[in-house]
Design a protein around this ligand. Structure first.
Ligand SMILES: [Mn+2]
Length: 334
């Protein structure tokens, strides 16, 4: 459990000492990460500090709801790339990680050591990649980072605008599968109630989920096409005439990794002249190397990688065949 009064006091002190407040959500941003980051930016500003959010995700890879929040938030909050930030960086900036505690999950991993103080506001478990800092405000019993930031806003007497309340509510809704995963006696319900008193409502956040439902059906369609015969890899080859978003392809790959496989690969057309592959691995095979071998525009980490193929002679079927040929030897040598 986080002691919010102490948390607020520590944060307040460090914000007052710092030059600027830099907020980083996790990569592959979602509604909880962006909403909690926006709330944190509002808190930074309350203390008169320049506060901005680092965002380096490929717009195509941002889920619909988070994209809506970002578009809306841009009018009132500064959302900048890492390279833009580096031009404005000072030695006294305070870094706040929202909805994330691991160094390999933020876009500013390479410059983490340059910050004197780093705050973590998160509800995920920690591991050896967790950033080493005394300011870890991590509560796994919280529904979401948005819930934690909302609590912090209440004790900080932040003036919560209806829009900010709406974003935070959407963040909580995402991580609780629209409130279905919240224990009835949970503090989260109390936070939800208090947010609705700030000029938003459960109905107001509906639009953040609508598009996702249609997309859900599309990526589930991809999951249905999975073939599992290739050793322990699940492979999907989408219909060449169907155009998917990169997010849908990634979601299908994520979903398939939940099954008893070592890796999942989803091939789908993302534009008339581009095919995309999304690869996920539990570590036994190096997804990054496979993706690198598939395309000059391919690569990533051993567990999470992607490739883009822009050769117009290729179809999803030809790419799928090449991918299977590439993967089979990888599994033989194990
Ligand atoms: Mn979250």
């Amino acid at each position: 459990m986080i002691q919010y009064k102490d948390f607020k006091n520590t944060l307040e002190e460090k914000i007052k000492e710092c030059e600027q407040v830099v907020i980083t959500p996790h990569i592959r941003i979602d509604m909880d990460a962006i909403a909690s980051s926006i709330g944190m930016a509002a808190i930074g500003r309350k203390y008169g500090k320049q506060s901005f959010i680092l965002l380096d995700d490929d717009p195509l890879h941002i889920e619909a709801g988070a994209r809506k929040i970002i578009e809306d938030a841009k009018k009132h909050y500064e959302i900048i790339s890492l390279s833009e930030y580096l031009k404005r960086k000072t030695d006294q900036d305070l870094l706040v990680m929202c909805d994330v505690n691991k160094k390999n999950m933020v876009s500013c991993e390479k410059i983490l050591s340059t910050f004197q103080n780093i705050f973590i506001i998160d509800h995920h478990s920690t591991d050896e990649n967790t950033v080493d800092t005394p300011f870890q405000f991590i509560d796994k019993t919280s529904s979401s980072a948005s819930e934690i930031v909302a609590q912090l806003s209440f004790v900080s007497n932040l003036k919560i605008t209806p829009k900010l309340a709406e974003f935070l509510l959407a963040g909580i809704a995402l991580d609780t599968q629209r409130f279905s995963k919240v224990p009835v006696d949970s503090a989260a319900f109390h936070v939800v109630y208090k947010l609705t008193k700030k000029g938003t409502s459960i109905e107001a956040i509906e639009p953040y989920f609508v598009e996702d439902y249609q997309s859900y059906r599309r990526w589930n369609g991809l999951v249905d096409k999975a073939e599992f015969q290739t050793f322990k890899a699940a492979i999907v080859v989408g219909d060449d005439k169907e155009i998917y978003t990169s997010v849908e392809i990634a979601k299908a790959a994520n979903c398939l990794l939940n099954f008893d496989v070592d890796a999942s690969f989803v091939v789908g057309r993302v534009a008339n002249d581009a095919i995309s592959i999304s690869a996920r691995s539990k570590g036994a095979i190096d997804a990054g190397t496979v993706m690198h071998d598939m395309s000059t525009q391919g690569g990533g980490s051993p567990i999470l990688a992607a490739a883009r193929i822009t050769d117009s002679t290729e179809t999803t079927e030809t790419v799928g065949t090449k991918l299977k040929q590439k993967i089979q030897p990888t599994f033989y040598i194990r």
